[in-house]
Design a protein around this ligand. Structure first.
Ligand SMILES: NC(=O)C1=CN([C@@H]2O[C@H](COP(=O)(O)OP(=O)(O)OC[C@H]3O[C@@H](n4cnc5c(N)ncnc54)[C@H](O)[C@@H]3O)[C@@H](O)[C@H]2O)C=CC1
Ligand SMILES: O=C1[C@@H](O)[C@H](O)[C@@H](O)[C@H](O)[C@H]1O
Length: 341
């Protein structure tokens, strides 16, 4: 991608799996932006990423990068617990941010971010719930508008990963993985999630010691829908994300992965993506392009800090349901006017 003088200068904070992929995306795929700084507490990792980009500065402190005149906007791709500090620094430098999910891991920190953004009086944050930019999910979102299927009653989700990273815990299945279905539920149905129940079968023999994998998570919504999520992060065979909405007069499903079907010598079948960077490549591209375009227009669009807070609140209820059992109501603060109704 060639760069122009009006390109948005982006600092990418965290140059691990997601951050490095966003750097590559901005440099190779997205128009109207270039990476002017990378930040990582692991300086060597940031240097390796920066070495492929002309004029890209390297920092270990997010605030130092944000103070540079070459930085107009920020992508936060450090681990969740580091997000609050980076977001507050971005507010202090009045910079727009694309923040990877989760906004913050816990609702108290997320609410502090929401309150800080409200005190600025305008939105600065887009949260990286990229499924909203996936072509299949976008079709699902458009369906109820046709009125053909009627009111959504149930939403079934399956979310499978090949293997969990080292150090994964039972709670992380809810906080890191099911958080996507929390956002999808709120966005697709336009309902708030009011209560969470988690069922745990005997763990798979392939789950790390002590990790409850898979889990079956149930949401109730204020619009009267019931939503279930199978989360299985050591399924071994592929990365699968599926959703089926059951409405009054029909159903609609995405994620069957029928893009290519082969038939040969007594066999029929296709391939299964192996991770999110493959399955959601187009969605990440559209997400980052939409963020760059909106930022250059002086706007903030997409999932908001409020959406990030709401998901953190549902995650907290989910983790309580997992550890204490039973049905746990979601405690949600009053929605500030900044985020509409
Ligand atoms: N939207 C999606 O589908 C996905 C989103 N994510 C999210 O992206 C974020 C990053 O995840 P990964 O890239 O998988 O993690 P990672 O562990 O591969 O990379 C994180 C990087 O951040 C650096 N880091 C740690 N603390 C830092 C700090 N205070 N300031 C700057 N850098 C710091 C680490 O040294 C590391 O290089 C997380 O919020 C995660 O939930 C991750 C996977 C998929
Ligand atoms: O966000 C993500 C990861 O953090 C999480 O660990 C995976 O389960 C999800 O599929 C992926 O989209």
């Amino acid at each position: 991608m060639t760069h122009g003088p009006d390109d948005l200068g982006v600092a990418v904070i965290g140059t691990g799996k997601m951050g490095a992929d966003h750097v590559r995306r901005i440099e190779e795929t997205v128009s109207g932006a270039r990476v002017t700084a990378v930040v990582d507490v692991d300086r060597g990792r940031a240097e390796a990423v920066a070495s492929r980009i002309d004029g890209c500065a390297v920092h270990t402190d997010p605030a130092a990068a944000m103070a540079s005149p070459d930085v107009d906007a920020v992508i936060v791709a450090s681990p969740g617990p580091a997000h609050e500090g980076a977001l507050m620094a971005a507010f202090a430098h009045d910079l727009p941010v694309l923040c990877e999910k989760p906004l913050t891991p816990d609702p108290a920190a997320a609410l502090r971010v929401v309150e800080a953004e409200c005190s600025l009086g305008r939105r600065r944050i887009q949260v990286g719930f990229m499924r909203r930019y996936d072509a299949e999910y976008a079709r699902l979102k458009a369906l109820p508008d046709t009125g053909r299927l009627g009111r959504p009653l149930l939403l079934h989700n399956r979310h499978r990963n090949v293997a969990s990273p080292p150090g994964w815990t039972s709670a992380m299945l809810i906080e890191d993985s099911v958080s996507h279905e929390m956002d999808v539920t709120r966005w697709l149905l336009g309902h708030e999630i009011t209560a969470v129940t988690v069922h745990t079968p005997t763990p798979s023999g392939d789950a790390p010691d002590g990790v409850r994998d898979p889990q079956f998570v149930v949401f109730e919504t204020d619009g009267g829908a019931v939503v279930d999520v199978e989360i299985f992060v050591n399924c071994g065979f592929g990365y699968q994300v599926q959703a089926e909405v059951v409405c009054e007069r029909g159903t609609a499903r995405v994620g069957d992965g029928h893009a290519l079907v082969t038939q040969t010598a007594g066999h029929w079948g296709g391939t299964i993506a192996q991770d999110y960077l493959e399955r959601f490549a187009d969605a990440y591209d559209r997400e980052v392009q939409a963020w760059v375009d909106a930022t250059r227009r002086g706007e903030v669009t997409g999932p908001s800090a409020w959406d990030g807070y709401a998901v953190a609140a549902v995650s907290a209820a989910g983790v309580r349901a997992l550890t204490e059992g039973g049905r746990v109501p979601v405690e949600l603060a009053e929605r500030p006017a900044l985020y509409g109704t």
